[in-house]
Design a binder for this molecule. Structure first.
Ligand SMILES: Cc1cc2nc3c(=O)[nH]c(=O)nc-3n(C[C@H](O)[C@H](O)[C@H](O)COP(=O)(O)O)c2cc1C
Length: 349
């Protein structure tokens, strides 16, 4: 079994067709932000405490009333069937077993209803949506998420247009293999066909108001990087924030997310999550120190899925759990709640 997420990536790379690996690993333009997300974690150094008598650690946290077993959720990623034939169903089973949140992508190759069934009652399932220009379609998607028992709605707002993903253009990857679809977009046309997901460039806070009014589920904004936007979001009824630059796949040279999270956590009192470049338990501890409630992982889940299917996802999550536990022990913390801001030093490497 691989000993690290990096080793899972190497396995996945060996197993996947080139165009699929590139789609997953790649980002926008020169991929500066893809690299920056990881590098920014490495640049931060920990200042551990000793002799605090902490025999055991409790990794659990609460999100919208649900207790999850570690401060790691599965960020939404498209098209899991590209990684494994079982696709999102395998991911859902692994997330349920790990006792954490899966944020299912609107661009999944299984419907949200089928993902919910696969995960079963134990899975805290959230649904990620892109607001569509036809409000009726957005409303149908929200209802489907509610009917599937989703616990929160994540709205991605960093994608008014697609980022320029050069690897995909070079590989000619623009469509799913024949017969595969974004299953959540099925039956949304009059003739029962499958619609493409639309990126809507004129989205504004009015759309967020509309969405918040549409559902009782907590709405989480994904893709916020500026603290002023975070404050505005909360004013508009948003109940959580996922600080993200889409894994460096949208605006290249956008700030690394770990560099954005502290300023946002300081100005809002809703749960703040952060994703992008989390590859080690120590990364998670750094995010907690900066005020995040939890982190999201995108590519690591895909590497696990591509390398070893459902078991691979489980192994990736359990690797992270063990690393977080060890990092807490080595920094003198008994729980996620004990991770204090002064555990991280930016100025002294
Ligand atoms: C292959 C791939 C597909 C993605 N698809 C989506 C998506 O459908 N919706 C979305 O909001 N974010 C999507 N993302 C972004 C992730 O949710 C997340 O922000 C990012 O992967 C986090 O960075 P990490 O991969 O370094 O953990 C995708 C990312 C990847 C790598």
């Amino acid at each position: 079994m691989p000993f690290s997420i990096r080793e899972f990536e190497a396995l996945a790379r060996d197993r996947l067709p080139r165009y699929v690996y590139d789609f997953m690993a790649g980002g926008a333009d020169d991929e500066v932000t893809v690299r920056a997300n990881e590098n920014a974690f490495a640049r931060l150094r920990l200042l551990p405490r000793v002799l605090r008598g902490r025999p055991k650690r409790d990794l659990g946290i609460t999100l919208f009333g649900d207790e999850i077993t570690m401060p790691v959720v599965l960020s939404p990623t498209a098209f899991h069937r590209l990684a494994d034939p079982e696709g999102e169903l395998a991911t859902a089973r692994a997330a349920a077993r790990a006792g954490t949140v899966m944020i299912a992508s609107m661009a999944s190759t299984a419907s949200i209803g089928d993902i919910a069934k696969a995960g079963g009652a134990d899975l805290a399932l959230w649904f990620q949506a892109y607001i569509q220009s036809d409000t009726g379609i957005t409303r149908t998607l929200v209802r489907r998420a509610e009917d599937a028992g989703c616990r929160a709605l994540v709205v991605t707002v960093d994608s008014p247009v697609f980022g320029w993903r050069e690897r995909d253009h070079r590989n000619g990857f623009h469509h799913l293999p024949v017969g595969w679809h974004c299953e959540n977009m099925r039956d949304l046309t009059g003739d029962g066909g499958v619609l493409d997901i639309e990126m809507v460039a004129d989205l504004s806070w009015d759309h967020i108001d509309q969405l918040v009014a549409m559902t009782d589920l907590p709405v989480v904004l994904k893709g916020v990087l500026h603290p002023d936007d975070a404050v505005t979001a909360v004013d508009h009824g948003v109940r959580g924030l996922l600080v993200s630059n889409h894994g460096g796949r949208q605006l290249d040279t956008a700030i690394a997310t770990i560099d954005a999270v502290a300023d946002i956590a300081a100005v809002v009192d809703v749960p703040v999550l952060v994703d992008g470049g989390v590859r080690r338990g120590t990364d998670v501890v750094k995010a907690l120190a900066f005020g995040a409630r939890a982190v999201g992982v995108g590519r690591p889940v895909l590497w696990g899925l591509a390398a070893r299917g459902e078991d691979g996802v489980t192994e990736v999550l359990e690797l992270l759990r063990a690393e977080i536990d060890r990092a807490l022990a080595l920094t003198g913390c008994a729980s996620a709640h004990e991770v204090a801001r002064d555990l991280v030093r930016e100025d002294r490497c």
